[in-house]
Write a protein that binds this ligand. Structure first.
Ligand code: FUB
Length: 439
């Protein structure tokens, strides 16, 4: 996955670049606090952009200098539209604060309004600013001043069906106020909401579904943030606590921050985890998983997956380390390159019959002749490739001390349509697999 570094460099220079990935969905750079919105028939993602801190003061803390926006039509192939706003070009922001935290973007009357928290010049704390564009990917022009009366972080805007917009944010509790028609000024005094359960809360995400208002939020119920939700008949509350959408992570990331969106008939939860930075949880990466409502409007618990969402094209590298299931023994995943985690992961098979499966691979109606695999094995071995539980190819991996090889073998049984894949170790006890791809 070395091309990730080139993608990150090009995107940093303002080029539009393509990314193909499962969880995490954005490779080559850190992304956090994802707000997903549907504009012009595409799914747009407005995350914050974690970076390893260039200044001593923030070495152990969140550090964000700018925002990128991403879009996708299939939730597998993502376009990085490049940087849309930076601490350098917002007049009221302290340009050395590296405090461009969780944003949101909404569309109203022909304009896109991008809301972002940041530290103002010469003052402590956070304000919330607005930048406006004609297209979802910018160019965004920041207003010269932040929104008056809003001290805090994590803005989220709910645009109600009657045209009234509500701004939610986090600052000594979760706040809500009406916005004026211009979307840039408060139209009511802020009130506190979601004071339904004890524990720290931030990152509100509010939306309306089937006539009910949902307020969803990261909440420290136990040790780190889980995602919880409350419901109401009124966007200003009171909200009634309903339950958990995602439990706290058992592995490392203290924060979680999210949004919910319906796209092409399916609901999704976008959230983050520190996949590319296991030792430092302030460098996070955005993930997506499917989400389901119960008939009574309550939300089912989402279990985080590596496989994530979307259908994978059989002709592109299928990253089996983003598995949908894995055998209990003899198969595991690890980074390809410990020195650069953005190179991605590999599967390690160290016991005969160990396996990984990867669902929803689209073979279309082409005549697939070959399967390519990027592999490494110290003593040699054989991998079996199965589609819907039938073996379709065998890959003999020669012994090699450290050199990854891309092998190509015939596909023995023609494939069509959407299939679930499984790769298992047929012979040997040490084979590593980066990806497979059909030709
Ligand atoms: O990304 C910085 C902060 O961490 C966000 O504003 C919070 O929601 C948490 O994710």
């Amino acid at each position: 996955m070395k091309s990730n570094r080139l993608f990150a460099l090009l995107a940093g220079l303002g080029f539009v670049v393509g990314i193909q990935a499962q969880n995490p969905i954005i490779t080559g750079q850190f992304t956090a606090d994802p707000t997903a919105r549907v504009f012009e028939g595409k799914l747009y993602l407005y995350p914050s952009h974690d970076i390893p801190s260039p200044i001593e003061r923030l070495k152990e803390w969140f550090c964000m200098a700018d925002y990128h926006v991403f879009s996708s039509e299939n939730l597998v192939d993502w376009t990085d539209h490049g940087m849309i706003l930076s601490q350098e070009n917002v007049p009221w922001v302290d340009s050395e604060s590296y405090s461009m935290w969780a944003p949101d973007c909404v569309y109203k009357d022909g304009k896109y309004y991008f809301y972002f928290p940041a530290s103002p010049k010469g003052k402590k704390g956070f304000n919330v600013g607005v930048a406006i564009a004609d297209k979802p990917y910018g160019p965004f022009k920041p207003l010269p001043e932040p929104i008056k009366g809003v001290g805090g972080i994590d803005p989220c805007v709910l645009l109600d069906t009657d045209g009234q917009a509500y701004l939610y944010w986090s600052g000594r509790g979760l706040n809500v106020a009406k916005l004026k028609d211009n979307m840039t000024e408060l139209a009511s005094e802020p009130v506190l909401v979601a004071d339904v359960e004890d524990g720290f809360k931030e990152g509100p995400f509010a939306f309306k579904h089937n006539g009910k208002y949902y307020l969803t939020y990261p909440w420290v119920k136990d040790k780190t943030e889980c995602l919880a939700y409350a419901m109401s008949d009124n966007p200003m509350g009171p909200f009634e606590y309903k339950g958990i959408i995602m439990e706290q992570s058992p592995t490392g990331c203290w924060t979680n921050h999210h949004s919910l969106v319906e796209y092409k008939g399916q609901w999704y939860l976008f959230y983050h985890h520190n996949d590319y930075s296991p030792e430092f949880d302030k460098n996070r990466s955005v993930r997506a998983d499917s989400l389901t409502f119960n008939p009574d409007g309550t939300i089912q618990l989402v279990t985080p997956t590596l496989r994530g969402v979307g259908i994978t094209d059989a002709g592109k590298a299928i990253q089996l380390d983003r598995y949908s299931a894995i055998s209990q023994e003899g198969a595991s995943i690890d980074y390809i390159n410990q020195a650069n985690k953005f190179d991605g992961w590999k599967v390690l098979f160290n016991r005969k019959d160990a396996w990984v499966s990867y669902n929803r691979v689209d073979f279309g109606n082409q005549e697939w002749q070959k399967v390519d695999a990027r592999v490494l094995s110290s003593a040699g071995g054989t991998l079996g490739v199965y589609a819907n539980e039938k073996m379709i190819a065998e890959i003999e991996v020669p012994a090699s001390v450290s050199e990854w090889k891309t092998l190509s073998v015939p596909v023995e049984v023609a494939q069509a349509g959407i299939q679930d894949l499984r790769v298992s170790l047929v012979k040997g006890n040490d084979v590593q697999l980066d990806w497979i791809r059909f030709e």
